[in-house]
Design a protein around this ligand. Structure first.
Ligand code: ATP
Ligand code: MG
Length: 396
């Protein structure tokens, strides 16, 4: 543990809370990642002070989730999340606790956390509070639920997806009782909002070992209970890792042969994301039917083309692959990259014909675009005029 942990500001927050008679510690993913020797992302502080007390101590705070006990403390211009020790009341729907209760004991707060590695705390002096064997589980690269896994997954079914996303994020193994509880409660995932699932899936795709996670999703039966998930995933090894979460979604869509639109709706992807998946699906279909045509190079971005090719190669490893250089060259060598590159505009058509403006202009621009793209006509004003006047006259 040679790395530094936390900013000066975060230590100030803890000192100030302690000086006011409260207990305060670092908790959550940042402590886990620190012990694993990885860069800690967002630092979370847990404290015995209640939100109103935190607000009395610090002059600059923002209410971000008072009902759940979270106050954002701004100190030295840095925002730091401070959350009151809490337990969660009963869960009647596998989704949200019916109530959140603030408590004074750190132990109770750590008990409600999902996995042993996520239930660690670190004091200001670096002392680790490890009540559930989290450090030893991390040594063995094991994801183990805190308490009885069946109860914990019954309370909040999202934890099952979290277990599997951590198997990818950290390349850890899910401890057998924890895994069998996922098998048992898989169907309960249907009580969880797709927005919460998506956040975890995004992290799963970006993890070290998404293949492992896909295998867990398939083997545990949890995948089958997700809104849409392939029943088998071909080409797992070659297609990974993903460079963005959206690429991961694209892979699932293609592996499951889902259409972009229902797939995007099922996971509430944004319009922008749906647009990308629609293009990816089309490009993949092109690729499957024949090599990319000029039209394909023209209509798809290089990103879509390379991703489609990567997935094609993963799923059909014995087929010929197109190298990245070839994709780049083929796209670069097109006579035009878009309509904007045409050497003429609608105005020229008006001048040449003396006709009134109308729908015909757009239609002819498209014909010219097609002719130039397919090298039936050179992209210069004289050649285009020749080609156009000839065809225009014969049609009018
Ligand atoms: P990451 O580094 O990817 O953010 P994380 O462990 O910090 O991972 P968060 O979703 O940020 O994950 O949650 C912070 C902490 O809150 C977790 O480490 C865990 O202690 C607790 N936690 C989060 N979600 C749950 C849950 N569904 N059930 C129980 N505890 C949870
Ligand atoms: Mg976190």
């Amino acid at each position: 543990m040679t790395k530094e942990f936390g900013s000066a500001a975060s230590y100030k927050v803890i000192s100030k809370l302690e000086n006011n008679g409260y207990e305060a510690v670092f908790v959550g993913g940042a402590v886990r990642d620190f012990i694993l020797g990885q860069d800690a992302k967002d630092i979370d502080i847990a404290t015995s002070a209640e939100p109103f007390e935190v607000k009395q101590i610090f002059s600059n705070t923002i209410d971000v989730g008072i009902a759940h006990g979270t106050v954002l403390v701004i100190i030295d211009k840095e925002p730091i999340e401070v959350t009151t020790f809490r337990t969660e009341g009963s869960y009647s729907d596998s989704r949200r606790p019916d109530e959140v209760l603030f408590v004074k004991s750190l132990k109770e707060d750590l008990m409600r956390r999902d996995f042993t590695m996520n239930a660690l705390a670190m004091r200001r002096n670096g002392e680790i509070v490890d009540l559930f064997g989290g450090a030893s589980d991390m040594d063995s690269k094991i994801i183990r639920a805190v308490g009885k896994p069946t109860e914990r997954f019954y309370e909040d079914a999202l934890r099952m997806v979290r277990a599997i996303r951590f198997s990818s994020a950290l390349d850890f193994t899910i401890e057998p009782t924890t895994l069998s509880a996922i098998k048992q409660h898989a169907a309960r995932i249907q009580h969880v909002s797709v927005e919460r699932i998506k956040i975890e899936m995004d992290k799963l795709f970006m993890g070290k070992n998404p293949v492992k996670a896909f295998n867990y999703l398939l083997a545990s039966g949890l995948g089958r209970k997700l809104p849409l998930f392939p029943s088998e995933v071909k080409g797992l090894d070659q297609s990974l890792p993903f460079s963005t979460p959206l690429e991961g979604w694209g892979f699932l869509m293609i592996a499951g042969e889902f259409s972009a639109s229902p797939f995007s709706h099922a996971y509430k992807l944004s319009n922008e994301e749906q647009k990308y998946l629609t293009a990816l699906q089309k490009a993949f279909k092109f690729r499957k039917e024949c090599l990319f045509s000029v039209a394909a190079y023209y209509q798809f971005s290089l990103d879509v083309l390379t991703t489609a090719e990567k997935f094609y190669h993963a799923i059909y490893p014995n087929e010929l692959t197109i190298s990245l250089e070839t994709l780049i060259e083929s796209k670069k060598n097109l006579p035009i990259q878009s309509k904007q590159d045409l050497a003429i505009s609608g105005k020229d058509l008006l001048t040449w014909t003396g006709e009134k403006a109308g729908r015909w202009i757009g239609e002819w621009i498209e014909k010219i675009e097609h002719a130039v793209l397919h090298e039936q006509c050179e992209n210069n004003p004289i050649k285009i005029k020749e080609w156009f006047m000839h065809d225009f006259k014969s049609e009018n």
